[in-house]
Design a protein around this ligand. Structure first.
Ligand code: C2O
Ligand code: CU
Ligand code: CU
Length: 524
């Protein structure tokens, strides 16, 4: 009976685990012309990297005991450096894809799921038809090839599904089922810095999941609980790092670089060190900062990434330090507070206890030369276009429709329909203002580019104490957390690619239930 909870929301499909084994070695199977979409992106090769990415049902060990049914990405490398694809642990996460700036990349996507999907390259500056946005679904059993030039700064990006059908989005469900993977871009600028690497560099993907008996994943289950979940977004009972519950990793008595990504559907983390030391941030969504910055804790909203530097140089062998998720009232009045706590049942672990995500135990000496805290990081940010202070911002009011979810300027998702305030000009820089006129936080994401955060204004002091001190606004971002009552201004420049791109709340349940729109970059 427990098995049904997860599978029910796939629409009665109960044979997930019984589908034929995937083609892991065969590379791209061009199949019939009818199912293989034309290559979009670069007109022709040669390509530096070529790989096939499969999306398919599988089973993976998550909790101790029985393996769980999941949907996941697997990949095979057809061409390119050996370290292009690596696995992050033995969980359900998609492979870590490692690319270098300037590479010409071609990816064959093979949809072996029982429903349509897309693969979105979150944070990458690619043309609309490569972006994996909802307008270009890949049907069940079909393949599609995309190609692009890697044109982003070194950083941690990621990939995940982005389908949206007539009945709403499937991003929340498909990502929750396991479809997500990290993507690292490297460049010369970063390589020129003496940052920890090899075993002293770790990638940590944070997610949360709930399970029924037999370790079966549970998602929205219908009824009142489900309605509240759609409202707040789904938060699971178990916090997972790289697809596993809190684990221990050994570190050496040297500096380390922890690259953390929030791959959760809706959970906002408040990350702190157990020994009370400040969290030293060296990078964000779009790459390295100009210089390290210290925070008491880090507020990490869904889809955001943070690059952290920490040294264990002075720590005695055997010392343990934990990365904690500190409790917080995630949504002002309505987010997990006393009033709603009961109605949300066990769907939120946020209590007054800090939850350990990871225990690091110091063991061994590490390599020389990378223990000193870097003083300067990237000098690329200084050259970015500065917005003209006199330009009036383009306003996006985040609102709410009673019982129908959330809106942007009063409207919900309407496919490719672009409203008056949603057309911008190719080559221009603009200031956008997100005004959160609701009682819940919204991590707002814009496709196709990285932006800068210019300012925040709180209309509501309630928000400020909860998460604000941990928000990292320096550097480049593709997702910005807008707290209840807040006005956040960002600076964007629309270069290279005309066409339609989505912008949306990255609380996946909000996104799936209408809090997404398209903007259009028009040639002038
Ligand atoms: Cu991470 Cu529109 O997506
Ligand atoms: Cu995106
Ligand atoms: Cu939202």
């Amino acid at each position: 009976p427990a098995r049904r909870t997860f599978l029910k929301s796939v629409g009665g499909l109960s044979t997930v685990a019984l589908l034929p084994a995937p083609l892991l070695l065969g590379g791209c199977q061009p199949g019939g012309a009818a199912t293989h979409a034309e290559t979009s992106g670069l007109e022709q090769g040669p390509f530096d990297v070529e790989l096939t990415l499969f999306a398919r049902p599988d089973v993976a060990p998550i909790l101790p005991g029985a393996a769980s049914e999941v949907w996941r990405y697997t990949a095979s490398l057809l061409k390119g450096p050996d370290d292009t694809l690596t696995r992050l642990g033995d969980g359900y996460l998609g492979p870590l894809i490692r690319l270098r700036r300037g590479q010409r990349v071609r990816i064959h996507i093979d949809n072996q799921l029982p429903e349509a999907t897309t693969v979105h390259w979150h944070g990458l500056h690619v043309p609309p038809d490569v972006d994996g946005q909802p307008r270009f679904p890949i049907q069940s059993g079909a393949q599609k090839t995309v190609s692009f030039v890697v044109d982003d700064r070194a950083g941690l990006y990621w990939y995940h599904p982005h389908p949206h059908g007539k009945d709403g989005g499937r991003v929340g469900f498909q990502s929750y089922a396991g479809l997500a993977g990290p993507l690292v871009i490297e460049d010369d600028n970063e390589r020129g810095l003496d940052l920890p690497q090899g075993d002293q560099e770790r990638i940590l993907v944070l997610q949360d999941r709930s399970f029924a008996g037999d370790n079966e994943l549970t998602y929205l289950s219908g009824g009142m609980g489900s309605m509240m979940t759609r409202m707040h977004g789904f938060r699971g009972e178990h916090l997972l790092v790289n697809g596993k519950p809190a684990t221990m990793q050994e570190v050496s008595a040297a500096a380390h670089r922890l690259r953390i990504m929030n791959g959760s559907n809706a959970r906002i983390y408040k990350l702190a060190w157990s020994d009370g030391r400040p969290v030293t941030v060296i990078g964000t969504d779009g790459g390295l900062l100009e210089a390290p910055e210290d925070f008491p804790y880090i507020t990490l909203a869904p889809a955001q990434r943070v690059d952290i530097w920490i040294s264990f140089e002075k720590a005695a062998q055997g010392t343990r330090i934990q990365l904690l998720n500190r409790p917080h009232d995630a949504g002002g009045m309505m987010g997990g507070g006393m009033m709603m706590g009961g109605m949300m049942g066990g769907s939120d672990t946020a209590s007054d206890q800090a939850t350990p995500l990871l225990t690091l135990e110091v063991n061994g000496r590490g390599e020389d030369g990378v223990s000193t805290r870097p003083e300067r990081l990237s000098n690329e940010l200084a050259d970015l276009p500065r917005p003209d202070k006199t330009t009036a911002p383009r306003l996006f009011r985040l609102g709410m429709k009673m019982m129908q979810g959330f809106t942007i300027n009063g409207r919900q998702f309407e496919g490719a329909t672009v409203a008056d305030g949603e057309a911008v000009s190719l080559g221009e820089s603009e200031v956008w203002e997100f005004f959160n006129d609701t009682m819940m936080p919204h991590p707002m994401h814009v496709h196709g580019l990285q932006f800068r955060v210019l300012s925040r204004h709180y209309a509501d002091a309630r928000s400020a104490g909860q998460l604000a001190a941990g928000i990292v606004d320096s550097g480049l971002h593709d997702t910005v957390l807008v707290l209840p009552g807040e006005r956040v201004r960002i600076a964007l420049t629309f270069t290279d690619f005309p066409g339609l791109y989505p912008y949306h709340c990255h609380n996946m349940e909000h996104e799936d239930n209408g809090m997404m729109r398209y903007y259009e970059v028009r040639k002038v």
